[in-house]
Each structure stands twice: as structure tokens, then as C-alpha cells.
Write a protein that binds this ligand. Structure first.
Ligand code: ATP
Ligand code: MG
Length: 245
């Protein structure tokens, strides 16, 4: 999650998800962004519905699961997901729809459920926070991403008091151009403010990562020898072993 757009949330969900699946973990990706790029980025269709039907019509999550790769399943956003932001009935239970849907499904048996969030802080994001045990915030290497981060922290604090339990926070540096002084400065600040919470791996800006979704491929399908594949594989190891800087 990150309110800021274009920091690499979807790229990270897809490629971290595939990296974990390749490491032998069972993984399901849930697309909570109406842009629907989880399905299309994996070469699948967003048309047959998914999270929209779960959240708007109360369909079972298990009925919406599609197999994407070995050990890797997804639930697409579906075309109607944006409508969920405008749901006004249901009071405070509106925020717990995703959590309840997961707990009523066989997804609880998965090793990992990764939830891709929209670049906003509406009802979709609230549902993701309620459902999640841990939060991964991608932070890109520009100054504005630091500003986004402080807003993100306010939202997290509010969510935690609402939910009544702490959410484990992790940060990951994405889209990094380490030759740029600003990028290094941003990484340094993030490390200073969140000691022990920033994954060691730095995801570099890499053209293969930008190209792969247009072919419906993950970075591992598209170019296994790329810097992008190396970085996301390493990030998966960080996550599995809790390796931080
Ligand atoms: N490490 C990277 N190197 C090069 N391009 C990248 C990298 N990470 C992401 N991109 C590209 O940057 C753009 C934004 O990435 P992505 O869609 O993952 O961000 P996002 O945070 O999900 O955006 P949104 O807020 O719109 O959901 C995409 O075109 C993606 O292919
Ligand atoms: Mg996205």
C-alpha cells in the first residue's frame, strides 16, 4: 500500500508473489485496485469479475480464484470494483468485508495472501488494512514519496486504533536509481525513520520490469536474467527471513 501513485505497488505484488511461489510457497494475489492490473499483468482477463462480486454481491472468495502460475493464484478486481468506494450502507462492517470474506474461505490455508491496493485511502484501502497482518509500503527514490510516507503513517495509526491491534510495517525501496544523489538521500532518510523495518534489497529501476506487464508476463517469465528478476527474488528472501537494513 501507498497513497502515492506509480511507486511500484502492483509491480511488487505480482513479482514478489511469483518469487514466493517459485520458492515453493502457496500464494494468492487479491486485486483491490479498480485499475485491475493484477490480472492483465499476468496475461489474464479482468472481465469475469472477482473482488467486485465478493465485496458488492457477497459472492464467495473461493469461487473467484483463478490459477495464474504454479503455486500462484489470483482474484482479479473485476470491472465494478470502483463502485465499492461509493457503498454507504452497512456502517462500520463495510470496512471488514474483505477480512470476513478471507476468513470464510480456503485462502486462510495459503502461505501468503498479497493484496494490491489503489493509490487512495478510501474504503478499499480500509478493507485491506483490516484484513492484513502486515503492511508493505513501497517507497520510490524521489522526494514526493517521503511526503506520501508521512500521510501513510497517519492513516496506519488511525487504522490501528480502529482495528485494535498493531499492523506489522515493512518498507521497500522501489524504482531506485542509485547513481542519483536524491535517491540515496531518500533511502538514507527512510532507513533513519524506520530502523529495522526497511527490507535490505533495493529494487532498481529496470526497463524489463516496465516492459513485462505489457506481455502479460512476470519478470521471471519475461527475463529471468534481468536486474528486476534478481531484485525481486532477493526481496522474497528478505521477506522469508525478515532481513532488513
Ligand atoms: N523497478 C522498476 N523499474 C522500472 N519500471 C518500473 C519499476 N517499478 C514499476 N515500474 C513501472 O512504473 C509504473 C508504475 O508501477 P506500478 O504500476 O507497479 O505502480 P503502482 O504503485 O501500482 O501504481 P498505481 O498507484 O497507479 O497503482 C509502471 O509502468 C511499471 O511498469
Ligand atoms: Mg497499482
Amino acid at each position: 500500500m501507498n497513497q502515492k501513485g506509480g511507486v511500484g505497488k502492483t509491480t511488487t505484488t505480482i513479482n514478489l508473489g511469483h518469487a514466493l511461489a517459485r520458492a515453493g510457497k502457496s500464494v494468492t494475489l487479491l486485486d483491490m485496485d479498480p485499475q485491475g492490473q493484477i490480472a492483465t499483468g499476468l496475461g489474464l482477463s479482468n472481465e469475469q469479475g472477482g473482488m467486485d462480486q465478493v465485496l458488492l454481491a457477497g459472492d464467495a472468495l473461493d469461487d473467484m480464484v483463478i490459477s495464474a502460475r504454479e503455486q500462484l493464484n489470483i482474484v482479479p478486481a473485476g470491472n465494478m470494483l470502483a463502485d465499492f468506494e461509493h457503498v454507504t450502507n452497512g456502517g462500520s462492517s463495510r470496512g471488514k468485508k474483505l477480512k470476513n470474506a478471507i476468513e470464510a474461505s480456503s485462502l486462510v490455508e495459503q502461505d501468503f495472501i498479497l493484496i494490491d491496493c489503489p493509490p487512495s485511502s478510501g474504503l478499499l484501502g480500509v478493507n485491506a488494512m483490516f484484513a492484513a497482518d502486515e503492511l508493505i509500503v513501497p517507497v520510490s527514490g524521489d522526494y514526493l514519496s517521503l511526503q506520501g510516507l508521512s500521510r501513510m503513517m497517519q492513516i496506519l495509526k488511525r487504522a490501528e486504533s480502529l482495528i485494535g491491534h498493531q499492523i506489522n510495517l515493512w518498507l521497500v525501496s522501489t524504482r531506485m536509481q542509485m547513481r542519483r544523489r536524491l535517491t540515496q538521500e531518500v533511502r538514507k532518510r527512510v532507513l533513519k525513520y524506520f530502523p529495522g523495518r526497511v527490507f535490505s534489497t533495493v529494487i532498481r529501476e529496470n526497463v524489463s520490469l516496465a516492459e513485462s506487464p505489457s506481455f502479460g508476463k512476470t519478470i521471471f517469465d519475461y527475463k529471468e536474467s534481468s536486474a528486476g528478476a534478481e531484485d525481486y527474488q532477493s526481496l522474497a528472501q528478505d521477506l522469508l527471513s525478515g532481513r532488513t537494513s
